[in-house]
Design a protein around this ligand. Structure first.
Ligand code: NAD
Length: 259
């Protein structure tokens, strides 16, 4: 993997940051993307660059905007020569019953969690076909396989990502490019921490009860999945040992979707 280049969307926080760090550790140049405090982001890029001696480029492209995704691809090509690995990880959540679900939240979740991944794949695929090697890894969710109440847009987007992943895998099967989706169960990142009070309001229970009876109730291991576990699986999918794994929808969910 040494010398290859990865774009990891939504990598200023949580799972994406863990994936970016694991790929950098394997010698991959990283395009870090996402929002956040500029000083903190610049400390992160310095830290990754110094620890792993790879190129790190920060690009604050809004994944809801196709023209900003295209600019990010162009900047990656000028900085590193092309795109070898694309990790579509940027994602947001909103929790509310369907009748009360704000239509603008629906649109934003579909735009970022699903349509943004389509645009990024569409724009990165020619680079991968040209070099006859590539890896597309979509960070889906256990919600790509099962539903939960009050998460209609998220569940719809994540089921959509599974379909997109399988389609791309078929289209690229003879080009040395694999496409897979990773489906984590609950990981204690800012995305989940934020939904604890929302879930509590929607269900009329305490935040503690949400952790115990809603989040970890779904996971037979009764443990949150670790960011490092998702990062390690992503890094493995990028190796040549994983070249026959394509079109796979891979749960990493403590047994949740075995129910
Ligand atoms: P997080 O909130 O910690 O990180 C989300 C990242 O996406 C941040 O870097 C944020 O800046 C970025 N982002 C948000 N909107 C963006 C936009 N419009 N353009 C560019 N970047 C944007 O969340 P996380 O828990 O690390 O989630 C990462 C992915 O993992 C998401 O796709 C999420 O659906 C998925 N996931 C999370 C869990 C979990 O339990 N945390 C479980 C399954 C799947």
């Amino acid at each position: 993997m040494q010398g290859k280049t990865a774009i990891v969307t939504g990598s200023t926080s949580g799972i994406g940051l863990g994936i970016a760090a694991a790929l950098a550790e394997s010698g991959v140049n990283i395009v870090l993307n996402g929002f956040g405090d500029r000083d903190e982001i610049s400390r992160t890029t310095d830290r990754l660059r110094e620890a792993h001696h790879v190129g790190i480029l920060y690009c604050g492209a809004n994944i809801a905007d196709p023209s900003e995704i295209a600019d990010m691809m162009d900047r990656t090509r000028s900085e590193f020569g092309g795109i070898d690995i694309l990790v579509n990880n940027a994602g947001i959540q909103h929790v509310a019953p369907v009748e009360e679900f704000p239509p603008e939240k629906w649109d934003a979740i579909i735009a970022i969690n699903l349509t943004g991944a389509f645009h990024a794949c569409r724009l990165a695929m020619p680079d991968m076909k040209r070099s006859r090697w590539g890896r597309i890894i979509n960070i889906a969710s256990a919600h790509a396989l099962v539903a939960s109440p009050f998460k209609s847009a998220y569940v719809a987007a994540k089921h959509g990502i599974a379909g997109l992943t399988k389609t791309i895998a078929l289209e690229l099967a003879e080009h040395g490019v694999t496409a897979n989706a990773i489906c984590p169960g609950y990981v204690l990142t800012p995305l989940v921490e934020k939904q604890i009070p929302e879930q509590a309001a929607a269900r009329g229970i305490s935040g503690e009860a949400v952790m115990r009876d809603v989040l970890l109730a779904a996971q037979p291991t009764k443990k949150f999945v670790e960011v490092s576990e998702i990062a390690a699986l992503t890094a493995f999918l990028c190796t040549n040992a994983a070249s026959s794994i394509t079109g796979s929808i891979l749960p990493i969910d403590g047994g949740w979707t075995s129910h």
